[in-house]
Design a protein around this ligand. Structure first.
Ligand code: C2O
Ligand code: CU
Ligand code: CU
Length: 430
């Protein structure tokens, strides 16, 4: 903390190297280390200051994905940090407890910077709400699971080669969890909370367990769901998060796996964008004696309920790596939104390849997908949502607190290759 009571973090992005396999060391990028970055954590109501130093040798930025904050602190492509320079955004945390994350956002270079290893979690706590009896001992029964797929070259370097087919970007066959290949976690309590983050550049995962055991989905991008949802699968596209609680018995071993995701595309497109792939993610090994965990509460959070009567509707058509026929232009602001006004945004994937949609600064409410009510996975606050072909996603958004007529926020597809293809736009809040 500094003298004015702000919680201060020092981040340093730099080149490193790590031996992921027995072969040669891989050249990596990391924050305060060789690969990925520290988990930042702050409570609602706290003021934070992050000093981000760029020692990469090329410009980058640091974006706080899912965070409600002024546009000038957002870390998008307008807040470049030159090599050797530092950037020190500060803001007050004011949103429910959630699993957010940070990653670079340089114009047309995001996929590369994230793929090389620049990313980390930013956990928001809400002291007023407490832990609600959810497993909350970090690293013990509350475990970050940052999932990334990699392709290694024959000299053990990260391959940035995109497949010829599919057009979604790099799809790797090696899975890293928190930067580790073939990871396992020793379970010491009956229940374990896993904070899943899809920090991959293109791959969609459909998480479940190797024995199909049910688990409780308790949180998504913007925080806890209205109630635990008992299920056997949760699908996450790039940028999305899920908090799940799984129960193990003593000495059990079970593997968190990704099953073939339902991308909603035709079979040809699905096949070349990872729709056929099954991948092991993380092995859980339970000890002989497990500490007891409290029962899950029946109610977790308030259901998002924005008033949409009279709201204007804005349409976003995704197709050909463009949004509404346009590519991102740093000097063009696509529209302005009035603060404290609810808008309905309708996002349509007009092609046959996977896309999702992410909006900066805000957590939104999903109103419908393809005309149907949102499924339980989409019943909480979201900042990123998968957009299947020809099933328009309607969301309600409402911006509050911060206005800036000059500095925009971004909206974009979070398949990072598409984002870098400038499938992105900018808006201001006024
Ligand atoms: Cu996670 Cu605009 O980014
Ligand atoms: Cu973001
Ligand atoms: Cu896309």
């Amino acid at each position: 903390r500094d003298r004015s009571g702000r919680r201060v973090y020092d981040l340093r992005a730099a080149v490193g190297s790590r031996r992921f396999r027995s072969g040669r060391a891989t050249v990596t990028w990391g924050v305060n280390g060789d690969y990925l970055g520290p988990t930042l954590r702050a409570a609602r109501g706290e003021k934070v200051l992050v000093n981000v130093r760029n020692e990469l040798g090329e410009p980058t930025t640091m974006h706080w994905h899912g965070m409600h904050l002024p546009a000038a602190m957002d870390g998008g492509p307008h807040q470049m940090i030159e090599p050797g320079a530092a950037w020190s955004p500060t803001w007050t945390i004011d949103q429910p407890a959630a699993t957010l994350w940070y990653h670079p956002h340089p114009h047309a270079r995001t996929a590369l910077h994230v793929y090389r290893g620049l990313a980390g979690l930013f956990i928001v706590d809400d002291p007023k709400a407490g832990t609600l009896g959810l497993p909350s001992r970090y690293g013990v029964d509350d475990v970050p699971v940052i999932v990334q797929d990699k392709k290694f070259t024959d000299t053990d370097q990260f391959s940035a080669e995109r497949p010829m087919m599919g057009g979604t970007g790099i799809l790797g066959d090696a899975i890293l969890v928190n930067g580790t290949l073939a990871p396992f976690h020793e379970v010491t309590t009956q229940r374990t909370r896993l904070r899943l983050l899809n920090a991959s550049t293109a791959r969609v995962y459909d998480f479940g367990f190797s024995d199909d055991r049910p688990f409780a989905l308790v949180g998504t991008d913007g925080g806890l769901l209205p109630a635990p949802f008992h299920t056997t699968r949760v699908q996450l596209s790039p940028g999305e998060r899920a908090e799940i609680v799984v129960t193990l018995r003593p000495t059990e071993r079970v593997t968190l796996r990704s099953y073939p995701p339902d991308l909603g595309t035709d079979l040809w497109n699905s096949r070349f964008t990872g729709g056929d792939d099954t991948l092991d993610i993380l092995e859980l090994c339970a000890g002989h004696v497990l500490g007891s965990s409290p029962a899950l509460p029946g109610v977790l959070a308030e259901r998002p309920d924005l008033e949409t009567a009279g709201a204007v509707t804005r349409s976003f058509e995704l197709g050909g790596h463009r949004i509404n026929g346009r590519r991102m232009d740093m000097s063009r602001i696509d529209f302005a939104v009035a603060k404290d006004t609810t808008e309905i945004w309708q996002i349509t994937n007009c092609g046959n390849t996977p896309h999702n949609f992410h909006v900066h600064d805000v957590q939104f409410q999903v109103l419908s997908v393809g005309g149907a009510d949102p499924t339980p996975e989409l019943s909480g606050w979201k900042d990123t949502v998968y957009v299947p072909p020809n099933a328009p996603v309607r969301i309600a958004v409402r911006f509050k607190d911060y206005t800036d007529p000059a500095v925009p926020y971004m909206y974009h597809c979070h398949l990072l290759y598409h984002e870098d293809q400038r499938m992105m736009g900018q808006f201001t809040v006024t």
